[in-house]
Design a protein around this ligand. Structure first.
Ligand SMILES: [Zn+2]
Length: 129
């Protein structure tokens, strides 16, 4: 990959990293609110659940972004970790932190879903990459 291209992705990744760090900082310390009644309690529990889910996703994404920045440093950026083929520019433009080509990513996702016992539907509901 040309150095100019690489710098463009580095800038994208650094912007994403800053955005995620900020988002995670804002959610730091999930408030344990005291519910007034049982119905509120259910609602608050659901809110917390959702927030924890979002937090999980954001910290995972942050790890992916940082790993991609590390690959830029190592000169390994834009190469699939699975098949070691170049990841198409079109995919990197959409997902600059992509570590796998689409084919390998699908295999990794399926593997992960199987390991965590997560349903395929849940995997499909993840934002498209
Ligand atoms: Zn691959």
């Amino acid at each position: 990959m040309e150095p100019r291209e690489l710098e463009r992705y580095r800038a994208l990744l650094e912007a994403k990293e800053a955005e995620l760090v900020e988002a995670l900082r804002r959610r730091d310390g999930i408030a344990i609110e005291k519910a007034a009644d049982a119905l509120d309690e259910v609602r608050l529990a659901a809110d917390r659940e959702l927030m924890i889910h979002t937090l999980d996703r954001e910290s995972l994404r942050l790890r992916e972004v940082r790993a991609a920045l590390a690959r830029i440093e190592e000169g390994a950026y834009g190469v699939c970790l699975g098949c070691e083929q170049p990841i198409p520019t079109k995919r990197l433009d959409a997902v600059p932190w992509a570590a796998y080509c689409v084919r390998c990513q699908e295999a990794v996702d399926a593997q992960r879903a199987a390991e965590t016992g997560g349903s395929l539907l849940e995997t499909l509901l993840e934002e498209p990459v």
